[in-house]
Design a protein around this ligand. Structure first.
Ligand SMILES: Cc1ncc(COP(=O)(O)O)c(C=O)c1O
Length: 368
């Protein structure tokens, strides 16, 4: 990325040679992103991130009078976009999930109406890591001749993606989930899909996203996509899965009143969501942070909100269990030593917090 901040600073839309150099870098990044998704380069639209990609997909296709099918566990980038659609006269069905946070493709099928324009169901959930049955949902959409968008922000680089196999017309990714910088993302738009742009301006990105390109960000996303694709063969994705599994195994074996949310569902390899009963999740996050381990409760994007996670409550956890749940997610830079550190401090930290919990004491007394 570095040369594109200073040395090669041409506007990619300019005809002069400075512009042509950056244009070449943008187009080769587009090819790398397309390759990660099994798409054509011309089908990739660069955006400012996953949120913009989701919004472009949803608002770009739907108008008042249309019907949209989505799920109760989507990221707020889709959920809040759908709430806005409702305010402007679009009907939205929020399909529920089962106890493992999985959307049933049959329920999506049953929700279809004559005016259904779009199905938007995420590929992998950001809190539980659950991988949805996207291929089957894509099939439902294809048979009904309805557009299918999937938010693959948490799936990219974690599981192989093939837009043809998934039968999706639109697919969102975000840079910072695949080790590219923050503030860059992309939307795959199947050839022939007519999207209304979110921004009006120049003809950048084939008139799908006006505005001078974020060249360093795009170059970073292209490189990250290239490295992410290699991760399926070079053992790095597998390594993350092993570390995640060790965390799950050790925590559930060494602590009482804990459990892995969505443990029976297929999940991306880097995420596990664990409930530690009788503990306030935020307190555990802070205690672990003080000892050098960064984890989160619910979606990082909604931290600070007092509401328990909409994902965990949608799958049937009560508010207390949801508040007692933590998401552990690993990246390629994590090491076995990081996992050792976590596992060495977790039991005592949990025990200390439970000592302070009147609920835990009561439960122990009742149990005796
Ligand atoms: C599933 C999902 N969708 C969308 C987004 C939004 O992406 P961005 O932060 O790039 O706007 C996120 C971010 O965490 C996410 O996890």
């Amino acid at each position: 990325m570095q040369p594109y901040f200073i040395e090669q600073f041409g506007n990619a839309s300019s005809i002069h040679h400075h512009g042509q150099q950056t244009r070449a870098a943008v187009e080769s990044a587009r090819e790398a992103v397309a390759e990660l998704l099994g798409a054509r380069a011309s089908e990739i639209v660069f955006t400012s991130g996953g949120t913009e990609a989701d919004n472009l997909a949803v608002f770009g296709l739907v108008k008042a009078g249309d019907h949209v099918i989505t799920s109760t566990i989507e990221h707020h980038a889709v959920l809040n976009a759908c709430h806005r659609l409702q305010e402007i006269g679009v009907e939205v069905t929020y399909v529920p999930v089962d106890g493992q946070a999985v959307v049933d493709p049959d329920e999506v099928h049953q929700a279809l109406r004559p005016n259904t324009k779009l199905i938007s169901i995420m590929a992998a959930n950001n809190e539980t890591g659950v991988v949805q049955r996207v291929e089957e949902i894509g099939q439902v959409a294809a048979e009904a001749d309805v557009y299918f968008h999937t938010d693959a922000v948490q799936a990219a680089g974690k599981i192989p993606i093939d837009v043809a196999e998934w039968k999706c017309d639109l697919l969102s990714i975000s840079g910072h989930k695949i080790h590219a910088p923050q503030g860059i993302g992309a939307l795959y738009v199947r050839k022939g899909t007519l999207l209304q742009p979110l921004f009006y301006g120049g003809r950048h990105e084939r008139s799908r996203r006006a505005g001078t390109e974020n060249v360093p960000g795009i170059v970073g996303l292209g490189k990250a996509a290239e490295i992410a694709k290699r991760g399926f063969d070079d053992g790095s994705v597998q390594k993350i899965a092993e570390m995640r599994d060790r965390i799950q195994r050790t925590v559930t074996e060494s602590l009482d009143q804990v459990g892995v949310n969505s443990v029976e569902a297929p999940r991306v390899p880097n995420t596990t969501n664990i409930h530690f009963d009788c503990i306030e999740g935020e307190a555990l996050v802070i205690a672990l942070d003080l000892k050098g381990v960064a984890v989160s409760t619910g979606a990082a994007c909604s931290s600070g909100a007092i509401e328990p996670s909409h994902v965990l409550t949608a799958m049937g956890l009560n508010a207390d269990q949801a508040r007692a749940s933590l998401r552990f997610s690993l990246g390629k830079q994590n090491t076995d030593e990081d996992v050792d550190l976590l596992l060495s401090i977790l039991p005592e930290t949990v025990a200390r917090l439970r000592e302070l919990s009147p609920v835990y004491n009561r439960k122990t007394v009742v149990g005796r």
